[in-house]
Design a protein around this ligand. Structure first.
Ligand SMILES: [Zn+2]
Length: 110
């Protein structure tokens, strides 16, 4: 949960003028706007639980990238396993070729 403040000139209905306002944010939602001249506060309803869950969700959804980073660290491991998988296919192909040659040979014998 992040609270941030921003100053901006806004029109105040009490001062009837453009005055400096303090804008308070929670995460990226505006929660409070305060006129720095008359101290009139405009509070905006922020669903704090929604913000909280959104944050948890964002944290959870960034997890795959963290897993990927861990995976990158294990890249050597991954690469050492990969050739086996790549090689298994040509091997099967060779076997099939051998079998077909056998079939061809047997056919020729007749
Ligand atoms: Zn004001």
């Amino acid at each position: 949960m992040k609270r941030s403040e921003m100053e901006a000139n806004l029109f105040c209905i009490h001062c009837n003028d453009e005055t400096p306002h303090m804008i308070i944010y929670i995460n990226n939602e505006i929660t409070k706007i305060e006129c720095e001249d008359c101290r009139h506060i405009v509070e905006l309803k922020v669903d704090i639980m929604k913000e909280f869950y959104k944050e948890i969700y964002e944290r959870v959804s960034t997890k795959p990238s963290r897993i990927t980073q861990e995976y990158k660290k294990d890249l050597n491991m991954f690469l050492s396993r990969l050739p086996i998988r790549v090689v298994s296919k040509p091997y099967r192909l060779i076997r099939e070729l051998k079998e077909s040659r056998k079939v061809i040979r047997q056919y020729r014998k007749r």
